[in-house]
Design a binder for this molecule. Structure first.
Ligand SMILES: [Zn+2]
Length: 239
């Protein structure tokens, strides 16, 4: 009798684990690209409008579909599906040129994700709302501090103030965070989680694997002014 009960109890567990292994979501490679300014400053972490145009065109010609971080996260957890060649285009710091970034992506039918600070001298609330309507606006802390090593209370305040600032403008829940400078520590992860952030993005220089995500350090690829189209293609396809 005892054996029979054990066998019956074990059955649903086996079925569940087989489903997980054969899930079509197992191990989809998703490049998450990190952009900053779109301008002619020549700054290392900027790209020119022409560079971004050429990159968007390359993505379209090569069959990529841009999704937001929310679509990526949800699909990786079984809610919704990923397109055949998904890519996430993120823009950090909420510079005024985020509007140029959104305009260029829009011309190619692509959505962006904007990780912004509380800096309305760069982007007005109206512009932030417009970005949210053309993609998604997510957290990057209130004042772009390097959170690693700071007191838990400071880390928590930086994240919650930023989250509340964005939500009050966009009317959308903020679920994601990009660590400023890609820097975090154990307390910062606890603070993010307590603030209601479900996943956070770093800068580790590889694509993300949808089946093997560290929720509080999802890797992203840095886009740089020195990237020519072949470097860009290499980052998207093989890094
Ligand atoms: Zn930043």
């Amino acid at each position: 009798m005892f054996l029979l009960v054990c066998a019956v109890l074990a059955l649903p567990l086996q079925v569940a684990s087989q489903e997980a292994i054969t899930s079509p979501m197992a191990g989809v490679r998703v490049p998450v690209l990190t952009y900053h300014n779109v301008d002619y400053s020549g700054s290392e972490y900027s790209v020119t409008p022409e560079q971004l145009e050429a990159q968007c065109q390359w993505l379209v010609e090569n069959g990529y579909t841009a999704i937001t971080v929310g679509q990526f996260w949800d699909a990786a957890h079984g809610y919704g599906t990923l397109p055949a060649k998904p890519i996430v285009l993120t823009n950090d710091d909420g510079w005024a040129s985020a509007m140029t970034f959104a305009d260029i992506l829009g011309r190619y039918g692509m959505v962006g994700t904007y990780f912004v600070n509380n800096n309305e001298w760069q982007l007005t609330p109206d512009q932030l709302l417009s970005l949210a309507q053309r993609g998604s606006v997510e957290a990057h802390t209130a004042s772009h501090l390097n959170l690693a090593g700071l007191a838990y209370e400071t880390q928590y305040a930086e994240i919650t103030n930023n989250k509340a600032y964005i939500e009050q403008i966009t009317g959308q829940p903020v679920r994601f965070l990009a660590w400023p400078f890609g820097a975090s520590d154990e307390n910062a992860v606890r603070a993010a989680s307590a603030a209601g952030i479900v996943a956070a993005f770093g800068l580790s220089g590889t694509a993300a694997n949808s089946a093997a995500l560290d929720p509080y350090y999802i890797p992203r690829l840095m886009m740089m002014v020195t990237d020519d189209l072949s470097t860009f293609a290499a980052k998207v396809t093989s890094w």
